[in-house]
Structures are given as structure tokens and as C-alpha cells.
Design a protein around this ligand. Structure first.
Ligand code: HEM
Length: 478
């Protein structure tokens, strides 16, 4: 055993004192170093998705998609790319229980030969809001109230009631899939619409789906309550132990593809994150297989310090004008610089594995000197890396003036139709559980006007949905 500086440690059990039983001496550098290091073991937890688990694996291409994207890692059937996937819950803090009603994060890093491509998605195909400017307010309602220090049903349903665009996602969340039995037994979605662009520069709008090959398995509210109490780490443990047993979880990857010219006149705004694209409009095209087969060796280094950003694109893949996605393109890099530091990209889990980063970013806290004496400016006359002159994705045509308004409307833009469709698609049993879950949550709201406004949104989705919910809430509130 040595000190951090490598000198032998004589005694790791007894502090050095002035005489037997006397006061402790400042000259005991080993003691000071040990206490000081311990005080600095934590970094800020993620502001959302703090609680999570990760694993490495591979992505294998199973279909030819080269007419849609020029991304090299998708260029050949059979091609394999190493990946790291971090699953998470959204609202809970780092030590929260896994078995709770909450969306699950599905953050997938492809270590491609053209740089890391991050798909930072969820297990839900839609989201609660459609403009990034509402995200901090929304998350404040999911986190702890400034006065009570707890999550408050008043805040949660006040915000949802006042944000009718949340009705679809809330219906999803309080349905059976709102509490997955494990990370292995749920799907993953890119959720947003992204751009794929092929070698000829043609643009396609795409949505990603990762369907679990383990089958969907969920917990009822009652089962989850028991499991969360008995084993707060249930999802994390399940993933690690399955991989240790050699039962590698897999997902089949699909993509929905919309030719760019169809976006303007599609029946609803195709960049609206509160909507799914019906499969009859854009069928699911299978294109890959995802397998997780290796556990991280050190959770802090590889999971806590991992960084995923929706702005980590590679040639042939880019953003859409989805206003949520646009906000996210800023938010994640900013979070990483605050949470992990300016050199977060140099950590083994975050750096490219199938290529080398050749940026001119230098120095800063914990810089490891990897660039040696290479020139740190560009352009230069020393043959150091230069720009390619080719954009990763195709430019978007824009027109009009700067403004703060909702996106231009399409014929079927509506906050309730898809929520109603989801409700009507459910079996009678599923509907009963949805009503029960929602009613129990709304019954915790202290103000009638807030509860009533929330219920009205569900009534607009489907009159039967609203009627049953209102009756169930009334029965619970007496
Ligand atoms: C994590 C912001 C919407 C999925 C985060 C983090 C921030 C953030 C700041 C923490 C990042 C870190 O510390 O490393 C936002 C903003 C959003 C938004 C501003 C809306 C404009 C979404 C949506 C999805 C999503 C729509 C899914 C479709 C995730 C996931 C993580 C995450 C999976 C965890 C990533 C990880 O495992 O490290 N988000 N988010 N977020 N977000 Fe979002």
C-alpha cells in the first residue's frame, strides 16, 4: 500500500498522534490525503436521469440502408460496431429505487469509425412537451418541491393540466408500460425525428425503434411498490446478472423513413415529439441487431462519468427542426462540462474507439497531454489535421422572420387524437389499470381545480376515458 504519490504507508489503522493518546498531527500526510480524497468522491449527479446502469455490446447491421444514409457504420450488412448503452430513470436521484413509474432512458453510444454517434432516447416513443423552453419547468414539477422537499402531485398535475400536449405521454406512462420489469424487457426509441442523408445528398426523416427480443414485461403498481422496497437496485442488478450469466439481452432495430418532400404536407407536424408516426404511414424497416454482452468494470468511471449527447452526430446523420431536439443539442454538452469537466471526452468510456479524435481542444482541468508537442492551431503548415469541407448533414431550407410561436400547423395537429387512439387500443383490463393508476395519482392533488383541469385533458382524448377517470377520482376522494 502506498500514498497517492507512491510512497509506502506505514500504518493505515492508527493516525499519528503527539504521544500515545495525544492529539493528531498535521504531519500525518496519509491521514490528510485520505480524508481529503474521500470528501471529493462525488461529482454533481445528472440533473435528470441521475439513476442508471450501463453495459457494452455491439450493433450489427442486418439490412442495406445505404440508399438512405451514408453513415459508414451502417454501410454493410454484417458490419459490427461497439456500443455502450446507459439505461436510467428520469426523476429520481442517484440513490433512488429502480422499480418506479417513470420513463426509462435508453442512451446508446456507437463507437463508429467516423466518431461517436449518440442516440439519447427513452423507452417511450413520445414526450410530455414539444418545446425545449418548457423543459426546466416540467422537470421542476417532477423533482422535489422547494418547500416540502418531496415530489408533489399538485405540481405534477398542475403542469400536465396546463400543458395539454402531455396527454399522450401521460396516458402511456400510467398504462402498463409505465413500470418496466427490467431494463431488458422494454423497447428503446430515438423518439425525435432525425435526418438521414445519403451519398447523393438526398434527405430522409427517420424515427428509430429498438424492440426488445426478451419480450415486454412490466410490473403492476403494487408489484413495483414491493420490489422498490425490497430491492431498490432491481433493474441494475438484473442487467448485470443477466450479462454475467451469459444471457446477453438483444434488441432488433427498426427505422421509419419519410422522404423529405413529404414532411411539409404530412397530416401532422412530423417534428412534433408528442406524436408517433403511424406504421401504416411509414412502415418499420428492420436494419440492425443490438446486443449487450459486457459489464463495466467500474461504475463511477464508466457509468457515472459517461456522457451522451444528441449533438454527437456522424456523417449521414443529423438533426431535424424538432424544437425539443434543437434545445437538447445545447443542453447535454453544457451539462457534461459542468458535471464531468471540459475534458470529459478524453475518458476511456467517452473517447472514440474506432477512430481517434483529432481536435485542437487542449489543456484544461485533467488534460492528459495526449497531443504531445503537436501544433495546437489551425490552419498550420505542419500537416496537422484539417477540415473536410463536407457538412455531416444536409442544410435545411428556412424562410420568414424570427419569432416565438408554435411550429406551423398541419391538418391533423392536435394534442388529444393520439392519446385517445392509445386509450382505445387498450384492452378492458389495460384501461382499468390505467384509470386506477391515474386516479390514485390524481387523488393526491389537494386542489379541485387542478385535478379537474387535468381530468379534462383525458376527457378530450376520449369521453369514456374522462368519465371513468372522474368517477374513479371521486370514489377515492370520497
Ligand atoms: C439526460 C436535458 C429531453 C433523454 C439529460 C441531461 C440533461 C438533459 C441536461 C443530463 C446530461 C448529463 O448530465 O450527462 C434535456 C432537455 C430536454 C431533454 C433540455 C428537452 C429539451 C429529453 C428527451 C429524451 C431525453 C426528449 C428522450 C427522447 C435523456 C437521457 C438522458 C438524459 C436518456 C440520460 C443520458 C445518460 O444516460 O447519460 N437530459 N433532456 N431527454 N436525457 Fe434529456
Amino acid at each position: 500500500m502506498t500514498t497517492e504519490a507512491g510512497a509506502p504507508v506505514a500504518d493505515n489503522q492508527n493516525s499519528q498522534t503527539a504521544g500515545a493518546g495525544g492529539p493528531v498531527l498535521v504531519q500525518d500526510q496519509h491521514l490528510l490525503e485520505k480524508l481529503a480524497h474521500f470528501n471529493r468522491e462525488r461529482i454533481p449527479e445528472r440533473i435528470v436521469h441521475a439513476r442508471g446502469a450501463g453495459a457494452y455490446g455491439k450493433f450489427t447491421v442486418t439490412a442495406d440502408v445505404t440508399k438512405y444514409t451514408r453513415a459508414k457504420f451502417l454501410s454493410e450488412i454484417g458490419k459490427e460496431t461497439e456500443v455502450f448503452l446507459r439505461f436510467s430513470t428520469v426523476a429520481g436521484n442517484l440513490g433512488a429505487a429502480d422499480a418506479v413509474r417513470d420513463p426509462r432512458g435508453f442512451a446508446l453510444k456507437f463507437y463508429t469509425e467516423e466518431g461517436n454517434y449518440d442516440l439519447v432516447g427513452n423507452n417511450t416513443p413520445v414526450f410530455f412537451i414539444k418545446d425545449a423552453i418548457k423543459f426546466p419547468d416540467f422537470i421542476h414539477t417532477q423533482k422535489r418541491d422547494p418547500y416540502t422537499g418531496s415530489q408533489e402531485p399538485d405540481n405534477v398535475f398542475d403542469f400536465w393540466g396546463l400543458s395539454p400536449e402531455s396527454t399522450h405521454q401521460v396516458t402511456w406512462l400510467f398504462g402498463d408500460r409505465g413500470i418496466p420489469a427490467s431494463y431488458r424487457h422494454m423497447d428503446g426509441f430515438g423518439s425525435h425525428t432525425f435526418q438521414w442523408t445519403n451519398e447523393a445528398g438526398e434527405v430522409f426523416w427517420v424515427k428509430y425503434h429498438f424492440k426488445t427480443d426478451q419480450g415486454i414485461k412490466n410490473l403492476t403498481a403494487q408489484e413495483a411498490e414491493v420490489l422498490a422496497g425490497k430491492d431498490p437496485d432491481s433493474h441494475q442488478r438484473d442487467l448485470r446478472e443477466a450479462i454475467e450469466r451469459g444471457e446477453y439481452p438483444t434488441w432488433t432495430a427498426y427505422v421509419q423513413i419519410m422522404p423529405a418532400a413529404e414532411a411539409a404536407n404530412y397530416r401532422f407536424n412530423p417534428f412534433d415529439l408528442t406524436k408517433v408516426w403511424p406504421h401504416e404511414d411509414y412502415p418499420m424497416i428492420e436494419f440492425g441487431k443490438l446486443e449487450l454482452n459486457r459489464n463495466p468494470r467500474n461504475i463511477f468511471a464508466e457509468v457515472e462519468q459517461s456522457i451522451f449527447s444528441p449533438h454527437h452526430f456522424v456523417p449521414g446523420i443529423g438533426p431535424s427542426p424538432d424544437k425539443m431536439l434543437q434545445g437538447r443539442l445545447f443542453a447535454y454538452g453544457d451539462a457534461h462540462r459542468y458535471r464531468v469537466g471540459i475534458n470529459a471526452d478524453l475518458l476511456p468510456v467517452n473517447e472514440p474507439k474506432a477512430t481517434k479524435a483529432r481536435s485542437y481542444g487542449r489543456d484544461g482541468v485533467m488534460y492528459d497531454g495526449r497531443h504531445g508537442g503537436a501544433k495546437n492551431y489551425e490552419p498550420n503548415s505542419f500537416g496537422a489535421p484539417t477540415e473536410t469541407g463536407r457538412a455531416l448533414w444536409q442544410p435545411l431550407p428556412v424562410s420568414g422572420t424570427t419569432e416565438e410561436r408554435p411550429a406551423p400547423s398541419h391538418a391533423e395537429d392536435d394534442d388529444f387524437v393520439q392519446a385517445g387512439n392509445l386509450y382505445r387500443l387498450m384492452s378492458e383490463d389495460e384501461k382499468a389499470r390505467l384509470i386506477d393508476n391515474l386516479a390514485n395519482a390524481i387523488a393526491g392533488v389537494s386542489r379541485d381545480d387542478i385535478a379537474q383541469r387535468a381530468i379534462e385533458n383525458f376527457r378530450k382524448a376520449d369521453p369514456d376515458y374522462g368519465k371513468r377517470l372522474e368517477a374513479a377520482v371521486q370514489a377515492l376522494r370520497g
